[in-house]
Write a protein that binds this ligand. Structure first.
Ligand SMILES: [Zn+2]
Ligand SMILES: [Zn+2]
Length: 282
């Protein structure tokens, strides 16, 4: 019997910059970036922020597992969960971890620092899963069976890789830790990556007042976008469903609700994504 096609995306961590647990962030979640993507019987994940611990716990109920990790970049909030990703410890599990070079380093260089004293007692040679580190150059297209993945190099300190994943005629794009042009123009690389996508999760860390320094310091060059600029780019690219992502760590649930209510008056297809939520593309 043919297997019914599946294409879904699950958010195990949506918070930006640093984990933000607490009573004020329970509804949107406090874990940093980790996204699971299922295309038929192929399983992908983007980044290893603290959400990857929860993803790992779910995988432990389905052993053995095979997952292809796609790294956006190597900032701490995108790698810090890997030491607590339990499936790395067990033989029989297989992982391919793709990353570009950021400031001359790949993901395995950063993991060797994390999995070593004095940072952590478990070292890389204690990981019994098969872990293969693979290099990508932004702009590369990678194919896994019927899944086509396009990559793009986006604006962020040290650079960040955006991913466009196409399967069964549907398109999912993840483009977080991206900063929009400061002069009000549209970023052509981002527009091209997001063009006519069905579902996009996009960096939307700041309010306009925060970004332009009307509330606290100006955030120019910090590598993140405003809500307005993320929405403007998605609208120009013809995105069907927009998930605002990489929530500012000090932004409580009530503040996200208030901004979302305002946005949805004109763009009902946009929302702040919540930890634990899952979106079906098929
Ligand atoms: Zn980040
Ligand atoms: Zn970053």
């Amino acid at each position: 019997m043919a297997v019914a096609p599946e294409f879904w995306v699950k958010y195990w961590g949506v918070r930006g910059s640093i984990p933000a647990p607490g009573a004020d962030t329970v509804r949107y979640g406090g874990n940093t970036t980790c996204i699971e993507i299922r295309c038929g019987d192929l399983r992908f994940a983007i980044d290893g922020g603290t959400g990857v611990r929860l993803f790992g716990d779910a995988l432990m109920r389905q052993l053995p597992v095979q997952v292809t990790f796609l790294m956006t970049h190597l900032h701490l909030d995108h790698v810090q969960g890997f030491p607590f990703f339990a499936p790395f410890l067990l033989p029989g599990n297989q992982f391919d971890v793709y990353s570009a070079l950021h400031n001359g380093s790949a993901v395995e260089d950063v993991l060797r620092l994390l999995f070593a004293q004095p940072a952590f007692p478990v070292t890389m040679d204690m990981l019994k899963a098969e872990i293969a580190f693979r290099r990508i150059s932004p702009g590369d297209e990678i194919r896994f069976g019927d899944v086509a993945i396009r990559t793009a190099w986006l604006e962020h300190p040290g650079g960040v890789v955006g991913y466009r994943i196409e399967y069964a005629g549907k398109v999912f794009v993840h483009c977080s830790d991206w900063e929009h042009p400061r002069d009000g123009s549209l970023d052509p690389v981002l527009l091209d990556l997001c063009r006519d996508a069905d579902l996009v999760s996009i960096d939307a860390t700041y309010t306009e007042d925060e970004y332009y320094g009307r509330k606290g310091p100006a955030r120019y060059g910090w590598g993140h976008a405003t809500h307005d600029q993320a929405l403007r780019h998605c609208k120009a690219a013809g995105v069907k469903q927009i998930l605002l992502f990489h929530h500012e760590p000090s932004r409580p649930d009530d503040a996200l609700d208030a901004i979302a209510a305002d946005i949805q008056q004109t763009m009902p297809n946009a929302q702040f994504v919540r930890e634990g939520s899952r979106f079906e593309l098929l």
